[in-house]
Write a protein that binds this ligand. Sequence first.
Ligand code: UDP
Ligand code: MG
Length: 353
Amino acid sequence: MADDRPSAVPLLSVVVPVYNEEAVLPEFHARLGAVLDRLPLRSEVLYVNDGSGDRTQALVDRLCQADARVASVELSRNFGKEIAMTCGLDHAQGDVVVIIDADLQDPPELIARLVQEWQAGFDVVYARRTERRGETWLKRATAAMFYRVIQRVSQVNIPRNTGDFRLMSRRAVAALLQLREKHRFMKGLFAWVGFPQQAVDYCREPRFAGKSKFNFWRLWNFALEGLTSFTIGPLKIATYVGLLTAMLAFCYGAVIIARTLLYGDPVRGYPTVMVTILFLGGIQLMFIGVIGEYLGRTYDETKHRPLYLVQGYRPAKESGDTRAPRSTAAHIGERRRARGGNGTAAPPSRGPG
Ligand code: UDP
Ligand code: MG
């Protein structure tokens, strides 16, 4: 029966960024599928293959064949999780969207509770970890420190102990998609958007199989991204440290002048000169680095490259989306840019499936 009216049953999109996850994907999809079967919603599962080098895409293709709810987007290379999630949100058709990791650290079973809170009227329902199993104390300690710092310095309220595992209503997703910056610290962007939010607690399990893609260097850069995206505090620190040093130098200069006038000018002070030069040189180089971090990011933003390029897109056979494709101002902007020869950054428009 052909029916062009939007279905009354809301559509849930589950966005899953995957990068070299062949070891966990079958188990993940089995567990997720079982959860979706029990939900009173229609659903689509959107796998975003972030340039995997293993058999991930083959597995996703197989899932597309076997399960009519599965859609897939393949990126042209590895763009990183933040961008893969953005791509997933761009392509998600749902009235409500859940983002979840594929490694089963985020239990799919929790989705039912996220949906309950959404039905109770919250736009953003984020999963909060009460415990992190299978992670070293060093990772936990540095993570805790990072969240404390960013909480202090940034204007937005980034809830502690939350990852990207969350549910968002369509209007929250639409708001988020308007933020098209290249350096994407998603936890901050989620918080920036606002709307009524609710936390749901859960215990974070260790990875089911495979290994984490985030080593310490990547996490450090992630932290830098977070700080530079949400505060210009370091630049202010540079100003104040400069001011303080200048004041101290002025006082010390006065002391030297007074001493010279009183006691004459014997040649001495090599150690003080060396210490001062090296100290000031160090501070200057460090703050040039800080300025560089911001300048580099400004440079990246001005290039106006698309956030990602899509290599293949396969809509769900039966997510039940009989509606026109969603489009936001941001999409339209990107489409226009894409027509200028930049590739296909925007989701291809899709008719009734
Ligand atoms: N991921 C991705 N692109 C990347 C790195 C990771 O899409 O460049 C995905 C990965 O497949 C997983 C999720 O992001 O579904 C979380 O990655 P991981 O478990 O390695 O991170 P951790 O839990 O250790 O922070
Ligand atoms: Mg993980």
